[in-house]
Design a binder for this molecule. Structure first.
Ligand code: ADP
Ligand code: TRP
Length: 320
């Protein structure tokens, strides 16, 4: 089974990205053949500054590696290091109806947020389909917001397969884990770098504390009983705590005497504790860009072999 996913290198990674995607990928390294890439071409839809894009790609690579991505076990590369994907993107464009793309929520949301409505943004799902189909992916672990893109990939693959009477493309399945389907941000809405409500993964201690302290709650006082079921702090604690710890926390909500500030500090400790083991490796990689480049080149070579073999088959099917 091929497990496949990518992440856009469009900014600082937050714990929504971590639980929604990165952790799932790292954890599934022993479950099947893992393919993970940094979606640098996709990032061009939002990042149009050379230095920023370069830094984002490097940071994303460092974070993935520090968090446990094993480049020997898995295939880990930067999308733009394997150009075959652009050729497939063009071929698939000719099997993608305008109507399909016009229905994409993600496009509409991004335009509503002020991202320029250009062709790159509009055809983003076709490039995503090319990523997935080029590598014969079976399962694609993503957050809830990406499910429609996987459905579109299936539609595009189906229309190509039907047209050429072939089974060249495998239809992928999205894998969404309900608990972490949508990690809430500090304001309770979906955590997203474009909403400014993130808790970042490797922020400085000071920034992290500021982010956690800014979590929005109701205004119950210390001596009041609090409702954990509607509390943003509790929802975030669910990601970091086991059942026993959660039971204990529920008890604290039910017992007057503590305020939300106390619960926030508990969450802060859990976040620090969770990411602590990865900090040393991350520092090493940050200080050794050459090693990171070598790892990515090794991954691109592995990916390119598969991509070029697949493109030979596809070119033959279409008559190129
Ligand atoms: P952002 O919304 O911050 O721009 P991206 O769209 O780049 O994040 O998402 C990268 C990956 O992380 C995707 O697989 C996405 O589904 C996942 N992801 C992002 N935000 C969240 C969230 N709040 N909860 C769960 N998964 C998320
Ligand atoms: N669109 C995804 C995101 O915003 C990134 C991505 C690009 C991707 N190509 C992919 C994810 C292929 C899974 C499979 O995070």
């Amino acid at each position: 089974m091929r497990i496949f996913s990518g992440i856009q290198s469009s900014g600082t990674l937050h714990i929504g990205n971590y639980f929604g995607m990165i952790k799932k990928m790292v954890d599934s390294q022993d479950e099947g053949e893992l393919f993970t890439f940094i979606a640098s071409y996709h990032a061009l839809t939002t990042v149009k500054d050379k230095e920023v894009l370069e830094k984002n790609i490097f940071d994303a690579a460092v974070n993935f590696l520090a968090l446990g991505m094993d480049p020997e076990k898995s295939t880990f590369w930067v999308q733009s290091d394997v150009k075959e994907v652009l050729e497939l993107y063009w071929i698939l464009s000719n099997h993608t109806s305008m109507g399909l793309l016009e229905r994409a929520h993600s496009y509409k949301d991004k335009v509503a947020k002020g991202i320029m409505a250009n062709h790159g943004l509009f055809s983003y799902p076709v490039l995503m389909a090319a990523d997935i189909l080029l590598y014969d992916a079976n399962v694609v672990p993503v957050g809830k917001d990406q499910i429609q893109h996987i459905e579109m990939t299936r539609d595009i693959a189906n229309s190509f397969n039907n047209h050429y009477k072939t089974e060249a493309f495998i239809l992928p399945e999205a894998r969404v884990d309900e608990v972490v389907a949508t990690v809430p941000g500090t304001d309770g809405a979906k955590m997203s770098k474009s909403y400014g409500n993130t808790i970042d993964m490797f922020a400085s201690k000071k920034t992290l504390k500021k982010q956690v302290m800014s979590i929005v709650t109701d205004s119950k006082e210390l001596d009041e009983v609090k409702d954990y079921t509607t509390c943003n702090i509790y929802k975030l604690c669910e990601l970091f705590m086991n059942e026993e710890e959660l039971k204990e926390l529920q008890q604290r909500y039910a017992t007057p005497g503590e305020g939300y500030g106390h619960f926030k500090l508990t969450l802060l400790d859990k976040i620090n504790e969770h990411f602590e083991p990865f900090i040393k490796r991350r520092e090493e990689l940050l200080n050794n860009p050459k090693e990171v480049k070598e790892i990515l080149a090794f991954g691109a070579n592995k990916a390119r072999k598969i991509a070029s073999a697949k493109m030979e088959i596809i070119r033959d099917i279409v008559g190129l």
